[in-house]
Design a protein around this ligand. Structure first.
Ligand code: NDP
Length: 449
């Protein structure tokens, strides 16, 4: 619980103002708790109201998205864009299309994004957006019409120097293409207003791979520096089978690990021989099929309905890459009992507070999302740089920069934890290191809101 009056007061006020926004309050509490040593040592933060300001989005947009389905029926969804903090650069953060999207989910993601973007060392503020639209089972035409309707409103509020959205759950290359096409049509301008674009119209090489690869680069550095170890010979479990999970699987395998399980929202596959990623890619990237189909194509693999038990599989490294709160206290206990060495978060806030506490108490290396999955937004930042220069880097150049960024993030968060007396606590280290740059900028810019 809170030890400083200031952090406690700010949390209680946030709770009172945002009743029922559970995910958002969970994220705020976790960050404020770990910033307590920083506010204690820097009274100017309280004097200038930095915490009160950082938990309040600069702008929150909520809008109606009306579109017509293939049967001619009018459909209505809700769209969101939270422009959370622009102290260190234009708002930047993904767009999520999933039925579970609501104001709380988008605010938690936008809040986390502030610190994550700061950790990359690039000039990006924090934002997030999305809709409760469910892309599952929709035709390509319906996806296109929805994306166009969503962008028709969003276009009024974004721009390459104002707010640069990207993909997230349910928004991949196809959706970014339709969103970009509609923005260009409406504004009559070809600009780097979205990242994750196709390579033919301003996308960056290695953006598709960036989050999963970055997750493994940071995990490798963490294993190396904190345990004098590596992925080599390790058994790895990865939840999800989307963009982050697929490229985490690829890089973990390249680094010498053996990935034995992956999942989707219906269930998980266990393949003791090591996941055949070509089959997963064919199913998920080409056919948009369910993960259960894997066992019909690969001998010796098993499918289990429901995804929670994936954490009961014995592994050395666990990489949750699906969604928020997918790894709870019980799952953490199973991982610990099976001798897990490291857990690194590919998804945003996949571990519940109980899980984080249990893993840290058991001495498991734990890399929090805002550091571990920052590779995606880092390469999005590099895509913005390339768009501004109207020049493209090679895959190797981008991948090399990504590796450098992830190693730097690890060392910055490790050092920040040590500096504030919580050595080895990378959750606190990530919050502190991300916060320092943003709060310095907010102090320097004056009280402008
Ligand atoms: P995708 O949509 O490509 O994949 C999401 C995966 O997670 C799918 O396998 C999906 O299964 C599964 N999933 C989604 N919701 C649930 C749920 N409620 N329960 C169980 N499984 C679920 O998304 P991404 O891979 O892009 O994103 C995954 C996570 O990583 C998210 O938390 C996202 O915010 C985070 N992230 C992504 C970045 C990126 O660059 N893409 C960058 C940083 C973070 P199904 O197909 O059945 O829905």
């Amino acid at each position: 619980m809170f030890k400083t009056e200031y952090a406690k007061k700010v949390y209680e006020a946030t709770e009172a103002k945002n009743a029922g926004q559970d995910e958002y309050l969970q994220a705020v509490k976790e960050v404020l708790l770990s910033l307590e040593p920083v506010v204690e040592q820097n009274p100017v933060l309280q004097k200038k109201g930095i915490l009160e300001r950082i938990v309040e989005p600069e702008r929150q947009l909520m809008f109606r998205v009306t579109w017509v389905d293939d049967n001619g029926n009018v459909q209505v969804n809700r769209g969101y864009r939270i422009q959370f903090n622009s102290a260190i650069g234009p708002y930047k953060g993904g767009i999520r299309f999933h039925p579970s999207v609501n104001i709380s989910v988008i605010k938690f993601l936008g809040f986390e994004q502030i610190f994550k973007n700061s950790l990359t060392g690039l000039a990006m503020g924090g934002g997030k957006g999305g809709s409760d639209f469910d892309p599952k089972g929709k035709s390509d035409e319906e996806i296109m019409r929805f994306c166009q309707a969503f962008m028709t409103e969003l276009a009024k509020h974004i721009g390459s120097d104002t707010d640069v959205p990207a993909g997230d759950i349910g928004v991949g290359g196809r959706e970014i293409g339709y969103l970009f096409g509609q923005y260009k049509r409406l504004q009559n301008v070809f600009t780097g207003v979205l990242t994750g674009k196709g390579l033919d119209f301003g996308g960056s090489l290695a953006r598709t791979e960036a989050t999963g690869y970055g997750l493994c680069y940071l995990t490798e550095e963490m294993l190396n520096c904190m345990k004098n170890d590596s992925f080599k010979g390790k058994t790895v479990v990865i939840s999800g089978s989307g963009n982050v999970a697929i490229y985490a699987c690829q890089k973990a395998t390249q680094l010498g690990g053996k990935v034995v399980a992956m999942s989707d929202s219906n269930g998980y596959i266990y393949d003791p021989n090591g996941i055949n990623l070509d089959v997963v890619k064919q199913l998920k990237e080409v056919e948009r099929a369910r993960i259960c189909e894997y066992v019909n194509r690969v001998e010796g693999a098993e499918y289990h309905e429901g995804c929670r038990n994936i954490w009961g599989i014995k592994c050395d490294v666990a990489l949750p890459c699906a969604t928020q709160n997918e790894l709870d206290g019980d799952a953490a206990k199973k991982l610990i009992a099976n001798g897990v060495i490291a857990v690194a978060e590919g998804a945003n806030m996949p571990s519940t507070p109980e899980a984080v506490e249990a893993l840290q108490a058991a001495g498991v290396l734990f890399a929090p999302a805002k550091a571990a999955n920052a590779g995606g937004v880092a390469v999005s930042g590099l895509e913005m740089s390339q768009n501004s220069m109207r020049y493209d880097w090679t895959f190797e150049e981008v991948d090399g920069k990504l590796q450098g960024i992830m190693k730097n993030i690890f060392h910055n968060i490790y050092d920040a934890a040590e500096k504030y007396g919580v050595a080895g606590d990378l959750v606190a280290g990530a919050n502190i290191a991300g916060f320092e740059k943003v709060s310095n900028a907010m102090l320097a810019e004056g009280i402008i809101y």
